[in-house]
Ligand binder design. Structure first.
Ligand code: ADP
Ligand code: MG
Length: 305
């Protein structure tokens, strides 16, 4: 069985092109570009809680990084470096091969270098920390939404949650296991969007975070929400509003930015849909049906509920 150091050397020591110093010393050395702030975010994934027991390792490698890239997208930051802390029940070579493959394939697509981490034996646990760059003062915060702003959503909502109940649906399963972080969209929303968040715990709850941090309300028309196709209306509503793991961006922007935002969809290949408006008042999401009546907003995912 390979030792901890062999695991690091064999699976997690690919050269870091854009770091001053990568894996192998007591710390990595990173040099952010002049005029940029560092955006830093961590996500912890536990077997049996965030992913299924015996989940496919290649998809896990992808997802562990994807959820962090999604946080960079939501900040309007360009992801640059990552660290990976791993607890593994055993040094399983085929598992490690596939996991590293999934991780590095996504990292390569976004020019992200794995520059360090920690490896230990224990119940399967994946913790990635991502470091990104954003021009000083230009990050997309949750707190910037203002009355009159439009509310927008990228891609489609509900697919990942639908896959939990219908794993045989390949398109939905792909959304759940190998989400595509909206990095290019996030970067281009700098200077256009007033606030942004990635949809990881359900649209209603995540938009709610923008409302709370911005001190505003919102009115959203359910019919306008871009939806993964789901036939059962009740299930659709649950997946679209409260389903987590879609990793789309929900964002707000002044009306004057409409044309600029619509023009992004083509070049980046991701739909952006205007779904409602920010309004003055308490931090409440009013969801309207086609007749303009209030719809109940189901709560999203809460790890402690
Ligand atoms: P230390 O004892 O100083 O924590 P380690 O022996 O744990 O150092 O790690 C040696 C080197 O390997 C360090 O540069 C560390 O960042 C890196 N490393 C350890 N585990 C991983 C991993 N899973 N992925 C990437 N780099 C790792
Ligand atoms: Mg260590």
């Amino acid at each position: 069985m390979p030792s901890e150091f062999e695991i690091i050397r064999r699976y997690f020591s690919r050269p870091a092109r854009s770091a001053v110093l990568g894996v192998g010393d007591d710390a990595a050395l990173l040099a952010p570009a002049v005029g940029c702030e560092l955006a830093v975010s961590t996500d912890l994934l536990l077997e049996g809680r965030h992913f299924a027991v015996r989940a496919a390792p290649r998809a896990l490698g992808h997802k562990a990084l994807a959820v962090n890239l999604s946080d960079m997208a939501a900040m309007g930051a360009t992801p640059r470096w990552a660290t990976l802390a791993l607890a593994l029940p055993a040094a399983d070579a085929p598992w490690l091969d596939a996991f590293a493959e999934g991780f590095y394939a996504l990292a390569a697509r976004y020019g992200v270098d794995l520059v360090g981490g920690d490896t230990t034996r224990g119940p399967l646990t994946l913790c990635v920390t991502i470091f990104g760059e954003v021009p000083a003062g230009q990050a997309l915060l949750r707190s910037g939404a203002r009355p009159g702003d439009d509310v927008w959503v990228s891609g489609e909502l509900g697919g990942a949650a639908f896959a939990l109940e219908h794993p045989e649906n390949a398109a939905a399963a792909n959304r759940l296991h190998e989400p595509e972080p909206r990095v290019a969209l996030g970067e281009r929303l700098r200077g256009l969007a007033s606030a942004a968040i990635d949809v990881s715990d359900g649209f209603a709850q995540d938009l709610g975070h923008i409302l709370e941090r911005s001190g505003v309300g919102a009115e959203v028309r359910y019919a306008e929400l871009p939806k993964f196709p789901i036939r059962d209306a009740a299930l659709e509503r649950r997946c679209v509003l409260a389903g987590g793991d879609d990793y789309e961006l929900a964002f707000t922007a002044p009306v004057a930015a409409r044309a600029g935002i619509e023009a992004l969809a083509g070049p980046i290949g991701v739909a952006v849909t205007r779904v409602g408006a920010i309004e003055a008042g308490p931090a409440r999401l009013r969801l309207l049906d086609a007749q303009g009546h209030d719809l109940d907003v189901a709560p999203g995912f809460d790890h402690f509920a």
